[in-house]
Design a protein around this ligand. Sequence first.
Ligand SMILES: Nc1ncnc2c1ncn2[C@@H]1O[C@H](COP(=O)(O)OP(=O)(O)O)[C@@H](O)[C@H]1O
Ligand SMILES: [Mg+2]
Length: 397
Amino acid sequence: MDRRPVIVARGVSKRFMTHSSKATQLKERFVKGRGGASEEFWALRDVDVVVGEGETVGLIGPNGAGKSTLLKVLAGILRPTSGEVDVQGRIASLLELGAGFNGELTGRENVYLNAALLGLSRKEVDGLFDSIVEFSEQAPRIDDPVKHYSSGEYVKLAFSIAVHVDPDVLLVDEVLAVGDEAFARKCLAKIRDFQLAGKTILFVTHSLDLVTELCTRGIVVEHGRVQYDGDPAFAVGTLRKILGTDRPVGEPAAPVEIGGVVVHSAVASGIRGGGPVGRFSAGDPFHLRVHCEVLAGDEVYPGEVGVVVMGAGDIPVFSLRTPKGQGLPAVPGRYVVDFEVDAVPPLNGAFILGVQVDHAETGLPITARRFDDAIWVETGDLPGLLDVPAKAVVSPA
Ligand SMILES: Nc1ncnc2c1ncn2[C@@H]1O[C@H](COP(=O)(O)OP(=O)(O)O)[C@@H](O)[C@H]1O
Ligand SMILES: [Mg+2]
């Protein structure tokens, strides 16, 4: 990265001590004869994150992954158990509900208190006050104690303060989801303004579309560790994979291949049988030629040929398949399989190809091979699973 690093976390770990209060644990404690059992829990483990000036980074992960903890550590509200944190410039943060405001104070008092904590003088806040209140839509309530605010009202005021203090770095937790949709749109517009102004933004969200739409980078956190850091579409794909991997215990492992077919090559092109093409735009025709060979042997099987186009973390994005009964014949020889897709779907990012040949009758895998040479699709924005109309024809090579 050639941008000036603004947010730096190196080897950051955060341990919480949890005091169990469950009744079932009481007995254990009693039996063990201890006064108070406490367990340690690592909410962050060895996290390295460097965010450059002007980047917009989406931080995503399952619940309990450590996202809020990481934001609090970066905001200086929590001290890491080990590791180093350095954030340059004025940080405005919109963290979990409860962080930042004093419930006993009124909205007006909290505006002054918060802005002061961010380094603004009373005079500066005087100048911004009306605008903060207007944006927050809380004028009628501004002299009520914030403990009487709804969570939506609370977030509106907190967000308004955060964006009015001219921060260099904006840290936003998923609290935005608390407000109403109209306000969420207003906040997004503000975040876009910040982007254009070259501010550095790190935000946590459950809205994966927002990550691909808005972010220049996506970071996936799971179990307190960074699992992926890079392309936003890939980050989203990686999270989807994580969320989808909670398979029932005892799910069978992939069966062993039975062999007898070799996949020699897979060449993507803009025309049938054309030279290799690596970059596509959404809507382009997409042709894929697979060369395979049915080997002579004691057992020769009819094979169906399938191609899986996979995004980050090997997430299938779409798949192509020879029609039933029209795959590789049980006749040794070389074959080409041409797949034709009329229009590349509106994907965005790099994709890899997996070619798999399955027994046409039993469905057992005969062989599989992956081609890591990425196909790039630009101009689109879909990282998901798609149903794409396509044709496939097998002919002797
Ligand atoms: N103050 C705390 N004491 C003990 N455990 C905590 C504390 N704060 C967070 N945790 C635990 O740390 C883990 C990560 O929490 P959090 O950062 O809030 O996750 P996320 O925001 O990704 O949902 C969770 O298992 C949570 O229960
Ligand atoms: Mg959280």
